[in-house]
Design a protein around this ligand. Structure first.
Ligand SMILES: Nc1ncnc2c1ncn2[C@@H]1O[C@H](COP(=O)(O)OP(=O)(O)OP(=O)(O)O)[C@@H](O)[C@H]1O
Ligand SMILES: [Mg+2]
Length: 293
C-alpha cells in the first residue's frame, strides 16, 4: 500500500503566535479510515487545513497524492482539491442556492456534464436522506441537515480522499452512527477517509485507526484509542440500528463505480480550462464565503 498523505516534521504557528501543530510526522495509506480526536483547540482542524492547503505549514513537508503541497502555488490548489471531498466544520454552504444547487455546483465546477449532474445529485441527496429538502435554501434547514448537505457535496464527485471535520457535530447519535456507517461503506470501496470527531462512542464502535492530537502534538496513533472518561463498552442497544443492509452497500458500490465524467487531469496542465463563467461563479462563491464569515 502506498501513502496518500505524508507529514514530515510539520509545524504550524499562526500569525497570532499560537503553535497549532508541533513537529508532526505521520503517514496515511491509500484506503485507510482514520479518526482524529483531541480536545477543542488541539489542532485537529489545522491538521486537515494543511492537507487541503487552506493553511501552509511554518516548517516541514506535506505530501498529498505524491505532490508536495507545502509550497503549492495558489492556482494549483483547485487541482489538488479535485480529488478531495471536504466537509467543513462550518459547512460553507451557499445560501443563495438551493440544496440541490449547492451539491450540483461541486460537479459543475469540475466540468461534469448536465446529464451526469441530473442523475447523480438526486441520488446523493437520497443517500444522505435529504431528497425532500432539495429545493430549500440552507438557511431553512436544521444544523444537522446542513451538515448532511455538506457531506453530500463532499461525496458527489466520488473523490479519492474524504476529509470531514466533525461531520456529526450537529447530528443526533442515531444519525451520527448512520453517517459514519455510510463513510465506512464508502471506505470499503477504497476511498481514504479522515474524520475529526468528539464522539468517543462512535470511535469505539467503528474500531478504526485513531490519531489523537493534544496541544499540537500527535500523542497517540493506534487502533486501541487511549480515551478516558467514557464507558468502556459501546452500548448498541442505545441506537437500535441494524448494520447497513446489503442493498445499501450495493447502492454505494454502484454509485462509486458510476462514471461522473470527470475529465482526466494532466500532471501540470489542467485538462479543461474553466470557462470565464465558471471562474466568475467560483469567485462569487469565494466572496460569499468571506461575507458569510
Ligand atoms: N486562523 C487562525 N489564526 C490564529 N490562530 C488560530 C487560527 N486557527 C486556529 N487557531 C488556533 O490554533 C489552535 C488549534 O486550532 P484548531 O482549529 O486546529 O483546533 P481544533 O482541534 O480543530 O479545535 P475544535 O475541536 O474546537 O474545532 C487553537 O488554539 C486556535 O485558537
Ligand atoms: Mg476544529
Amino acid at each position: 500500500m502506498s501513502n496518500i498523505i505524508e507529514f514530515k516534521n510539520v509545524s504550524k504557528t499562526y500569525g497570532s503566535g499560537t503553535h497549532a501543530l508541533n513537529n508532526a510526522s505521520l503517514n496515511i495509506e491509500k484506503g485507510e479510515f482514520v479518526f482524529i480526536v483531541g480536545a477543542s483547540g488541539a489542532g485537529k482542524s489545522t491538521f486537515l487545513k494543511l492537507i487541503m492547503h487552506e493553511e501552509t505549514p511554518t516548517r516541514g513537508t506535506i505530501i498529498v497524492n505524491g505532490t508536495n503541497v507545502s509550497k503549492l502555488k495558489r492556482k494549483k490548489v483547485p487541482y489538488l482539491r479535485r480529488n478531495m471531498g471536504i466537509v467543513f466544520q462550518d459547512f460553507r454552504l451557499i445560501d443563495k442556492m438551493t440544496v440541490y444547487d449547492n451539491v450540483a455546483f461541486a460537479m459543475r465546477a469540475i466540468g461534469a456534464r448536465p446529464s451526469a449532474v441530473r442523475k447523480r445529485v438526486p441520488y446523493i441527496l437520497e443517500l444522505v436522506g435529504l431528497s425532500h429538502k432539495a429545493q430549500n435554501r440552507p438557511s431553512e434547514l436544521s444544523g444537522g441537515e446542513q451538515q448532511r448537505v455538506s457531506l453530500a457535496r463532499a461525496l458527489v464527485n466520488n473523490p479519492s480522499i474524504i476529509i470531514a471535520d466533525e461531520p456529526t457535530g450537529n447530528i443526533d447519535p442515531e444519525m451520527s452512527y448512520e453517517i459514519i456507517g455510510l463513510l465506512s461503506e464508502i471506505n470499503a470501496q477504497g476511498t481514504t477517509i479522515l474524520v475529526v470527531t468528539h464522539e468517543h462512542d462512535l470511535v469505539r464502535r467503528f474500531n478504526k485507526r485513531v490519531i489523537e492530537i493534544e496541544k499540537g502534538k500527535v500523542i497517540s496513533d493506534t487502533k486501541e484509542p487511549v480515551i478516558e472518561d467514557v464507558e468502556v463498552e459501546f452500548d448498541d442497544s442505545k441506537y437500535e440500528l441494524d448494520p447497513p443492509s446489503e442493498e445499501i452497500s450495493e447502492a454505494i458500490a454502484a454509485a462509486l463505480e458510476e462514471q461522473t465524467e470527470i475529465p482526466e487531469q494532466a500532471e501540470d496542465e489542467p485538462a479543461v480550462e474553466p470557462t470565464d463563467e465558471e471562474t466568475e461563479s467560483a469567485d462569487a462563491v469565494e466572496t460569499e464565503d468571506k461575507e458569510a464569515e
